[in-house]
Design a binder for this molecule. Structure first.
Ligand code: AHR
Length: 309
């Protein structure tokens, strides 16, 4: 029986509940809100006692939260690291305290991979490649000789920003028609996405053909900026983004976004199962990759009712 079925039958609740300390990045996007909901719901359903801390996009807050989980002697620590580097010290402290650490959503770039037990989440490089491949196929169908791309990057130093930039660049490399003219961070938020797109438009105006946004929220913010500049998002400027949140599907149905590459935030149930296995001393894979698709505007209306976030 799975933990969920044991919990539902009341067997697990008779035992001491597993205590998990979870440090979340923040509440910067529609994706993140769905991810938090998934983790909280899954913990409740699995009978896991969750100590949840929101880091407000600051690494120092995550380090503090992890130290406090260690002091409270939780059974397992899980976290989604805001940035990739700078985790060795606190992860060693967790190891010295014999508390296993599970990474969810975002990776760390420590040389010592034994500092964490497993990493559950998407392949962000592949998401960037998927975005790039969609554009290469689209570009082959357009008459223009050159397409100028602006890129709204995610949080500086975060795994999804670094990897999505890399995967996209790799996929469009060698295509003489495609050129990235500006790249800047919009910190994964709507407000910043809008602000940076305004600056891109001021600098390049109608010369911009394509926007590649590292997440849907920044694309949605940018759509507003494009409309305010008197241009048609999705037509005058082709827009590609990542996540697949409902807001992106609504924008596609309205003809304002061209494609979204899926990144699933629904990691909660898998996290609870893996945490239970880790605490029980069972072997778990070092890397658990989330399965995801690509949704162009043409399928948006049909897919919208199936979207869970
Ligand atoms: O780490 C996943 C990314 O973080 C999502 O793509 C983005 O929307 C979120 O803020």
């Amino acid at each position: 029986a799975t933990f969920a079925t044991l919990a539902a039958s009341g067997v697990a609740s008779a035992a001491k509940p597993l205590v998990m300390g979870f440090s979340q990045v923040g509440a910067e996007s529609e994706w993140r809100t769905a991810n938090t909901r998934s983790i909280k719901d899954a913990a409740r359903q699995a009978g896991v006692k969750l100590k949840f801390a929101d880091a407000q996009q600051k690494q120092e807050n995550q380090v503090k939260a992890i130290r406090s989980f260690i002091a409270q002697r939780v059974d397992v620590i899980a976290f989604s690291p805001v940035v990739e580097s700078g985790w060795e010290t606190v992860l060693r402290e967790a190891r010295n305290a014999k508390i296993p650490v599970i990474l969810t959503d975002r990776a760390v770039n420590t040389a010592d991979k034994t500092l964490y037990t497993t990493f559950i989440g998407s392949d962000f490089v592949e998401e960037g490649r998927r975005a790039g491949r969609w554009l290469v196929a689209h570009a082959a169908k357009t008459p223009e000789r050159k397409l100028n791309i602006v890129e709204l990057q995610g949080t500086v130093g975060s795994a999804p920003a670094l990897d999505r930039q890399k995967g996209f660049a790799e996929a469009i490399a060698g295509n003489a028609k495609l050129k990235i003219v500006r790249s800047q961070t919009g910190d994964f938020t709507r407000a910043k996405g809008k602000e940076v797109m305004e600056a891109f438009l001021k600098a390049h105006g109608k010369a911009i053909n394509v926007l590649y946004a590292h997440n849907d929220d920044m694309a949605i913010g940018a759509i507003q900026a494009i409309e305010e500049a008197g241009l048609k998002p999705g037509k005058d400027i082709v827009i590609i983004s990542i996540d697949g949140v409902k807001g992106a599907f609504e924008a596609m149905i309205a003809g304002k976004l061209n494609v979204t590459v899926e990144c699933s935030p629904l990691l909660g149930p898998q996290l609870m199962q893996v945490a239970r296995d880790v605490v029980a001393g069972k072997p778990v894979p070092k890397r658990i990759v989330t399965e995801e698709g690509v949704f162009p505007a043409e399928v948006a209306a049909k897919e919208y009712p199936n979207r869970k976030y």
